[in-house]
Design a protein around this ligand. Structure first.
Ligand code: 13P
Length: 251
């Protein structure tokens, strides 16, 4: 796995009030206290970002936002900028999650703008990509991912992308209990690494972390992490309970 430090991240989606999020974050910080050879990140809702950041301040847990808008500021009711999430204590930001693409009309073009804004604001973007079941059945998985990566990263130069993380989340495996087999996931991760190599060269390809997401649980994390091109996980449902998530962190 080269010298890529594993990143185990939790996407809390639209779950937990401010007090629930603060409580869960404090518990998690304690539970992963002894861990040092991997990174841990949680992404609560916007309203809990500052509270969660304070709760994990002296721990190895870092905080991510679930999205951002690409403008610096302005009359954009309901939107949040890179500087705003940074000022709430974020180090990471999830971009282009399939639920955003599916329910909120996010496209490869505006995912590209969001990544640009994240990098400009010194946030580490986690670019989410993934195929639907129909696309997989039609053997379009690689072409769909190729397009999502190339359009998402359009006009970026090598020097922009040192902190980029890619999360491969097959849409059909999210929240369904249907996990890609480790071989299916490894095949895709290998493909993605070779795509990054072709676009930006071997050094970036070898250092970039590619996470798997989709029904990751304590029972399947170790096998996923044993694959050479799987460098971590983006966990939804199983990240909500600190005890369960800490088991995934300590796979
Ligand atoms: P689940 O782990 O609930 O399948 O969700 C995965 C996901 O969408 C993480 O971003």
């Amino acid at each position: 796995m080269g010298n890529r430090k594993p990143l185990i991240s939790g996407n809390w989606k639209m779950f937990k009030t401010c007090s629930e999020a603060t409580e869960a974050a404090s518990q998690l910080a304690k539970l992963v206290g002894g861990v040092s050879d991997r990174e841990v990140m949680i992404a609560p809702t916007y309203t809990s970002l500052a509270l969660v950041s304070a709760a994990v301040k002296d721990s190895i847990v870092s905080v991510g936002a679930q999205n951002l808008f690409w403008e610096d500021e302005g009359a954009y009711t309901g939107e949040i900028s890179a500087d705003m999430v940074t000022s709430a204590g974020c180090e990471y930001v999830i971009i282009g999650h399939s639920e955003r693409r599916q329910y909120f009309n996010e496209t490869d073009e505006n995912v590209n703008k969001r990544i640009k804004a994240a990098i400009k604001g010194n946030l580490k973007p986690v670019l989410c990509i993934g195929e639907t079941w129909e696309e997989r059945e039609a053997e379009k998985t690689f072409s769909v991912l190729d397009k999502q990566v190339k359009k998402g990263l359009e006009e970026f130069s090598l020097s922009d992308l040192g902190s980029l993380v890619i999360a491969y989340e097959p849409v059909w495996a999210i929240g369904t209990g249907k996990t890609a087999t480790t071989d299916q996931a490894q095949d895709v991760h290998k493909f993605l690494r070779s795509l990054i190599k072709e676009m930006y060269g071997e050094e970036l390809a070898e250092s970039m972390r590619i996470l798997y997401g989709g029904s990751v649980k304590p029972a399947n994390i170790a096998e996923l992490m044993s694959m050479p091109d799987i460098d971590g996980a983006l966990v939804g449902g199983a990240s909500l309970d600190p005890e369960t998530f800490s088991q995934i962190v300590k796979y």
